[in-house]
Design a binder for this molecule. Sequence first.
Ligand SMILES: Cc1cc2nc3c(=O)[nH]c(=O)nc-3n(C[C@H](O)[C@H](O)[C@H](O)COP(=O)(O)OP(=O)(O)OC[C@H]3O[C@@H](n4cnc5c(N)ncnc54)[C@H](O)[C@@H]3O)c2cc1C
Length: 225
Amino acid sequence: MHAQHRTTLTGQHTTTVLAREDLTPSAYILHLDRQGLDFIPGHCVVLGCVGKREQREYSIFSPTTAPDLAVLIKEVEQGRVSHQLRQCKPGEPVLIEGPVGFFTLDDVDIQRDRVLFVASGTGIAPFHCMVGSRPGMDYRILHGVRTSAEAYGRATFDPARHVLCTSREEGGTFSGRVTDYLRGHPVAPETRCFLCGNVRMIDEVYDILANQGVPADNIRAEVFF
Ligand SMILES: Cc1cc2nc3c(=O)[nH]c(=O)nc-3n(C[C@H](O)[C@H](O)[C@H](O)COP(=O)(O)OP(=O)(O)OC[C@H]3O[C@@H](n4cnc5c(N)ncnc54)[C@H](O)[C@@H]3O)c2cc1C
């Protein structure tokens, strides 16, 4: 059973780092005290370190049923906040605002339609939350990464529904980019499509889906960078 949840943290608050899980030399999951925060799968939180000026948006990675609040972060070369957050130790405070965003999964999407998720890199985060929060959904997920070490959250996905597209090694389900996979595996026009990650992937996938007859109303996107 759930604790009582607030719909939003109004303004900026602090929460506590519970743990950090390193997935690769640059990617990590930060587990935070949820503080009863209620959110919809696909929502983000805005995080920053106490005493630092910048904050950044991070999609919520953990499902709505999880006791803590987890985000999946890739430490960006020359980046500021992704590096600062990695230095935060369990027990230390971080600034948090939210939940924010409109890239959410409506119940109508999953009751009525087949859903396609297409992610690059950490763009898998909102889909990990959506799939983990809505068991029984009819989905297919394409995750584009360089190597299979970046298959973040793979265990959550049904292997029959999850296509790992690796561009720099043979270790995935498909060798190549998500765009290559989609060109060879056309999508039915009525599919509800959600795209998340870098803008180049999103633009290319959008054009492929449009050429395959998927109407613009059925395509939603969240650009990370
Ligand atoms: C709605 C939204 C949700 C987001 N959710 C996530 C998330 O779940 N996980 C996550 O890791 N990031 C996420 N981001 C990106 C995140 O907000 C930051 O931009 C990122 O962590 C870099 O911040 P920084 O301060 O370290 O680097 P900055 O100093 O802001 O940027 C340095 C450079 O890195 C580039 N960059 C930003 N992100 C990446 C990346 N992943 N890979 C390569 N280059 C990048 C920027 O374009 C910039 O050129 C999200 C962004 C948005 C807008």
